[in-house]
Design a protein around this ligand. Sequence first.
Ligand code: UDX
Length: 444
Amino acid sequence: MSGERPIGVIGVGWVGLVTATCFADMGHEVIAMDIDAAKIRSLSRREVPIHEPGIEKLLERNADRLTFTTEMEAVLESARLLFCCVDTPPTYSGDADLSRVQAVVSQLADDGDHALVMKSTVPSGTGRAIRRDAPGLSYVSCPEFLKEGTAVEDFLHPDRVVIGADAGAEWAADQIEAIYRPLGGEIVRTDVASAEMIKLAANAFLATKISFINEIANVCEEVGADVTEVARGMGLDKRIGPSFLRAGVGYGGSCFPKDVSALKQLAGNTGYHFQLLTAVIEVNELQKRRVIGKLEKHLGSLAGKTIALLGLAFKPDTDDMREASSLVLAARLHGEGATVRGYDPVAERPASELLPSVELSGSAEEALEGADAAVLVTEWPEFAELDWEALRERMGNALVVDGRNFLDAQRLRDAGFAYEGIGLANGESDEAREARESAEAGSR
Ligand code: UDX
């Protein structure tokens, strides 16, 4: 907005790019910096290096308010608020790797003119450590809660905005509050350590909800209940709520696995054993492997069988494959001696790097041609629209394991498929079950 100093954004990965383009769309001048010169060049040409709906339009619409640079000096000269959006990947021990954050802090003038606004997810205590090293720098924790695939929408319509600042940084917190206020959503003003903890606790709680419903799903399979019905009945209780109760092959992505282990590790470093999170992580690992058992139930040994993975990204509407369930599934299937094919509508490039031994197909139909089973890993809408009746004839064996309870089970069964979901009542008639069991006994 005219008269204001531009907003600085440091690190234009996924969070930084969403933050920069959304601030620009709200009418602010933004200067965004990254050390990756190739990325800055492509953004200056208005080319978007990530798959995130809405970003291209925002970049185009607000081109005159967005400056991209590799020079920290240029950011420090014009901006006062510096939104830090560099990544904090997990280390081997499970702690967050803060080297990129530290590299940013080491370049900041300790002159009292700037405020570092931390959007990167960092362990509780990071703000305190940074202020110890750079006492003149104002520090604000402003964690982001964006979801990949709906990040622009989430940014522009937040449930809440958390702003954590200690004495001396109120000026910056006031400015940040003024920037976010037009978006609506509750503003939570608090101290730095609590703001840092809110982010980790929120993600750990959502991951706990997913592991919880996945365990309920596993019990549902044993007692003949249907987890989607159970989740619906549970979710109507306002104290529980309906979201994050979709059972499936477990959570993945850049945040949940990293943040859950970072919080567990953070607690462990203080001598506190966070037992619940240990179970959340273990359930998530085991959940991916249950698919193997479902395949074996129908196919016997998987050695020499061809299995097609439909969807490789960790969720739809993204090309992100970090901690995707497809990675674990492909490794386990290879371990069992299966040939693995894979198809994803957008994640082909990361898939070719991360899944070198998977045969990547150009379409779902190609992946399924002659395959012994389809495993739906990511619920891309196009998989529901496939001509499953025609595919029944083209597959070597009519088996679908639906890792997201996404497909129309009845339609697939009517088309002649054996269909396995996660935590669903089997849907088999007694006669069909008897026929299958006697066929299984015969093949042993
Ligand atoms: C998450 C948080 O939601 C967001 O607030 C935070 O800023 C970053 O981490 P994201 O990783 O983009 O966002 O994806 P999300 O939609 O939350 O899904 C995470 C994983 O959980 C996906 O693998 C998804 O398939 C899985 N999931 C989600 C389930 O298995 N069941 C559910 O009910 C919901």
